[in-house]
Design a protein around this ligand. Structure first.
Ligand code: BGP
Length: 473
């Protein structure tokens, strides 16, 4: 058996997000977020019950303990704390997260909350179009300040905004965008600029209120290979890396916009509008670490001269090969399918080497500690008659990614924690409960969704051994 050098005290966890796991979408004072509406409009399961974690958090934390988890990455729903986004805080919502955090700590599990996971309060979308409007920065900052202060003596590790990169790439799916903006791609860079400010201000509050607090963003990160060794394709891959990755990491870890990406945006009238002092705010809100959500790698080639701007597509059916469109940024890059890699049923490439590549590259560029806040495999899992769930594909996926992490650590990467997606089956953002990620299966076959029994998958027992042996199973 190979011996892997995961550091002593390495945090072995798993992840979820509020609207995908909690349910109780309008209970105890909580009001709707844009995510509830996006889900209502889509053909997928709505978030009103999800996995009912809101009512079953004690049972779920007991399962986490049995799994051996030492960290849990979850998100706090803004609309539980401030149902209208602003105004009076909601005591019941505040109490829920106190209870959850206390239960985690009591069971030796380090809480790693995320402040924002796609769930802008619907009240603010109705009031001023959410993140499109700069007022969102101030309102988010008030929410962040309140929450950070409230849980400051219990929570050391904080993550700010989940997947700004994905929010930007899939801007109409991850934000509730009013009709009139749909043909204006500049808007997405404006949303992103507001999020950069919001992120930086939240980082500042962690440094101000949390003794020994550590903070960073949770970025959706996919390294980008060139399709061929043709220099034009290599250049396109670098362009794509500038705009899809470094555009975010340079903000978080250097406090500045990536120059190549910004130049491209300016040349194409896509750059965000800024105010004097914005870059000072961004610089001041430095990160202590970077968390990444890693699922797949991407691939790019030089676009044809006549290529037009194209939005990326999503495979919504779980039938391989259905992803039809790939992002094109004319004159900069065209994303393509990587012919060298197999994929999941949803066309997400399976590439553990890409994780090692990402970790080593980020370490070389910024030299900051790294954390993995998501990584995992969505699949059609099957509950057998004897209530077992055989998911060897998931074990294989995570095992190969663990090896990649171990190699990165050997090469000098400081990795703090691994939180695969997801602890339990939850509502997939694009496929409801058809696409499952959990170590724990949630049976949603009863009509009134009252039972929601939890069953441990084979991957649960396997991951339990991994944790027990500090990664050497
Ligand atoms: C990440 C999100 C998660 C999660 C995961 C899987 O991008 O942060 O919220 O859902 O991807 O995605 P999906 O549910 O679309 O399979």
């Amino acid at each position: 058996m190979t011996k892997y050098n995961f550091p002593e005290g390495f945090l072995w966890g798993a992840a979820t997000s509020a609207y995908q796991v909690e349910g109780a979408a309008e209970e105890d004072g909580k009001k709707k977020s844009q995510q509830d509406l996006i889900n209502e409009r889509s053909p997928f399961t709505d978030a009103s019950v999800a996995s009912d974690h809101y009512h079953r958090y004690k049972e779920d934390v007991a399962i986490m303990k049995e799994l051996g988890m030492t960290s849990y990455r979850f998100s706090i729903a803004w609309t539980r704390i401030f149902p209208d986004g602003v105004g009076e805080p909601n005591l019941k919502g505040i109490e829920f997260y106190h209870n959850l955090i206390d239960e985690l700590i009591k069971n030796g599990i380090t809480p790693i909350p995320t402040l924002y996971h796609y769930d802008m309060p619907m009240a603010l979308v109705e009031k001023y179009d959410g993140w499109i409007n700069r007022q969102s920065v101030e309102d988010f900052s008030k929410y962040a300040e309140f929450v950070i202060k409230e849980y400051a003596d219990k929570v050391k590790y904080w993550t700010t905004i989940n997947e700004q990169s994905i929010i930007l790439q899939y801007w109409t799916a991850k934000n509730y965008i009013p009709e009139k903006y749909l043909n204006n791609p500049q808007i997405k860079y404006q949303i992103n600029h507001h999020m950069n400010l919001a992120h930086a201000i939240a980082c500042k509050y962690v440094h101000e209120y949390v003794l020994g607090g550590q903070v960073g963003a949770a970025l959706g990160y996919a390294p980008i290979y060139a399709l061929t060794s043709n220099p034009e394709d290599q250049m396109a891959a670098q362009n794509a890396n500038d705009l899809r990755n470094l555009f975010f990491t340079d903000i978080y870890l250097k406090g500045e916009y990536n120059k190549a990406a910004m130049t491209y945006l300016e040349k194409n009238q896509l750059a965000p509008t800024m105010e004097d002092g914005d870059m000072d705010i961004i610089k001041e809100g430095y990160s202590d670490f970077l968390a990444i959500n890693y699922y797949y790698s991407d691939c790019a080639k030089a676009p044809a001269k006549e290529a037009v701007r194209t939005e990326p597509g999503v495979n919504l059916t779980g039938k391989k090969g259905e992803k039809s469109t790939y992002e094109i940024q004319p004159g900069f890059y065209e994303m393509v399918r990587n012919p060298n890699l197999d994929t999941t049923d949803w066309d997400w490439t399976i590439d553990p080497t890409g994780l090692e590549f990402a970790l080593r590259d980020l370490n070389a560029r910024y030299g900051k500690p790294l954390m993995i806040t998501e990584n995992g495999m969505g699949a059609f899992d099957k509950l057998e008659e004897d209530n077992s769930i055989h998911d060897p594909y998931r074990i294989e996926y995570i095992k190969s990614h663990l090896k990649a992490m171990a190699r990165a650590i050997d090469y000098g990467v400081e990795l703090i924690s691994y939180n695969p997606w997801s602890f339990i089956d939850i509502l997939s953002t694009s496929n409801g409960y058809n696409k499952r990620y959990g170590f724990v299966y949630v049976d949603r076959t009863d009509d009134d969704l009252k039972d929601l029994k939890r069953y441990k998958k084979d991957s649960f027992y396997w991951y339990q051994e991994v944790i027990k042996t500090n990664g050497n199973s």
